[in-house]
Design a protein around this ligand. Sequence first.
Ligand SMILES: C[S@@+](CC[C@H](N)C(=O)[O-])C[C@H]1O[C@@H](n2cnc3c(N)ncnc32)[C@H](O)[C@@H]1O
Length: 217
Amino acid sequence: MNCCRPQNYNDLFDEKTARRELRKYRRRGPSRTTRALITALEKHGVEGATLLDIGGGVGAIQHALLADGVTKALHVDASAAYIEASRKEARRLGHEEHVNYLYGDFVALAPEIEAADVVSLDRVICCYEDMRSLVGASVQRAKRLYGVVYPRSTALVRFMVNMLNMFLLVTRKTFRVYVHPTSEVEAEIIRGGFRRCFHREFFFWQVAVFTRNGQSG
Ligand SMILES: C[S@@+](CC[C@H](N)C(=O)[O-])C[C@H]1O[C@@H](n2cnc3c(N)ncnc32)[C@H](O)[C@@H]1O
């Protein structure tokens, strides 16, 4: 299984990519889908909450939610360059002391990671072949809200991803993109004791937020 080998991620999400993404983030703010996820999480109230941001990239979600009153965030990422970029931005925004960073594969690190009120995976599920382990372990660490951005499992999206994977193959990259069926991703989250409270589809991506059963938000 080509699950998370940190080298795959460091090759693709390298320093150059992280610098470019950070410049883009500073110029334009979060992408449309990330903004949709942030807004949906904010609607449930995040003041005083803790956040576990898995594969946070340059940290768009944590920067926004820390500004909203999240007290503590943990950014787990398999890209060392993204962690550095995220830390740099946290320093610039003045909330570095509220964020901890952990480098590596979340699934391998999960046993040592504490549960948080809010767990986010923004465009991360599509990087990981063993979706059940990634979603299962992360949902177990969510106390209240679980937010995800991942590809829609339509024929067109699958075709586009197949093309992309072919390109990665011929350029000798070991990284692959996965389109996990929506029904299987959701079944895993529901098995973890959550129900969907927000869903929005874009052309390629879908954004969903889940709340723990028995909680209002
Ligand atoms: C496509 S990037 C998305 C970055 C950011 N969330 C965004 O939407 O701009 C995927 C990120 O997920 C991280 N990632 C993927 N699988 C991971 C895993 N199993 N554990 C930790 N990080 C992971 C990668 O290192 C990378 O930072």
